[in-house]
Design a protein around this ligand. Structure first.
Ligand SMILES: [Zn+2]
Length: 273
């Protein structure tokens, strides 16, 4: 038996601690001036400096299992690019995405919320790069990062809003609308118009059967909004894709930008007296 989303055996222990570490190759990445993750960008400079020595940059590979359901969470991840998915596993080998995390957020909210595990699986669905810190170190660092606490509280609210809106979306909106919404959310998190994405993964993300997803993707392609070839998507008409998506995309994005403004400057440390 395999995890439907990750494709790995359920007893596989090749988890994220095996991830390729890029920090040594790119030592200058730990500068807040070049920070691609919104939460780390919003941390006060002094608190970012406390976190930075403990962050390591790792590659996120497609279908990489970061943690399984009810497994101890070893690392907290701050994606720079790529998309991570929180997956709920159901009977009959069904898997449904219940939330996504990109460079606007953090994977490992249970650690912030005083738990060491969650009944969900966390998988890389679109490859990229993330900064990570061990869960134990993160808990200790948070004691001295009171302002960053507030940033994470606001992100928790934004993530809950995303999950709640997705529940309504999955109940009411068409596969085509949801497909367009998901592609827009992914486009926001990537720094490119092209990214790898198989229809199998798209079906999990949309909680739909693959034939329905194929029809939806073909419909968006026939309108000239995307190009879909050999497991890669190209966004060719962003405005048209926004028109094809349901209102859920705008609701979630506007809420996120209100509670965590994307262009906000990091808080400056208080002046010493
Ligand atoms: Zn919707």
């Amino acid at each position: 038996m395999t995890h439907p989303s990750s494709g790995r055996p359920v007893d596989d222990t090749a988890h994220a601690h095996d991830a390729e570490i890029l920090s040594a190759r790119w030592p200058t990445l730990h500068s807040q001036d070049y920070e691609a993750n919104r939460l780390l960008r919003l941390a006060p400079a002094a608190e970012y400096e406390r976190l930075a020595p403990h962050l390591e940059t790792v590659r996120l590979t497609r279908r990489q299992l970061l943690y399984g359901p009810n497994e101890p969470i070893r690392y907290v991840y701050f994606p720079q690019t790529g998309v991570l998915s929180a997956i709920s596993h159901l009977h009959e080998n069904r898997a449904v995405e219940v939330g996504t995390i990109g460079n606007e957020g953090m994977l490992g909210l249970p650690v912030f919320l005083m738990s060491d595990r969650a009944p969900l699986e966390a998988v890389v669905h679109v490859p990229g790069v993330a900064k990570r810190v061990s869960a134990d170190t993160f808990r200790e660092l948070l004691h001295d990062c009171s302002e960053f606490h507030m940033v994470l509280h606001r992100y928790t609210l934004a993530f809950l809003t995303q999950v709640a809106q997705s529940a309504a979306c999955n109940r009411v909106h068409s596969i085509t609308e949801r497909c367009a919404r998901w592609l827009l959310m992914t486009h926001d998190r990537m720094q490119t118009d092209r990214f790898p994405l198989t229809q199998d993964l798209l079906a999990i993300m949309l909680g739909a059967r693959r034939p329905g997803v194929s029809i939806a993707a073909a419909g968006l392609q026939s309108l000239g909004l995307i190009q879909y070839t050999r497991g890669r998507i190209a966004i060719t008409d962003r405005k048209g894709l926004e028109n094809a998506a349901c209102e859920c995309y705008g609701i979630v994005r506007q809420h996120l930008d209100r509670v965590l403004p994307p262009d906000a400057q990091p808080a400056t440390p208080p002046a010493s007296s």
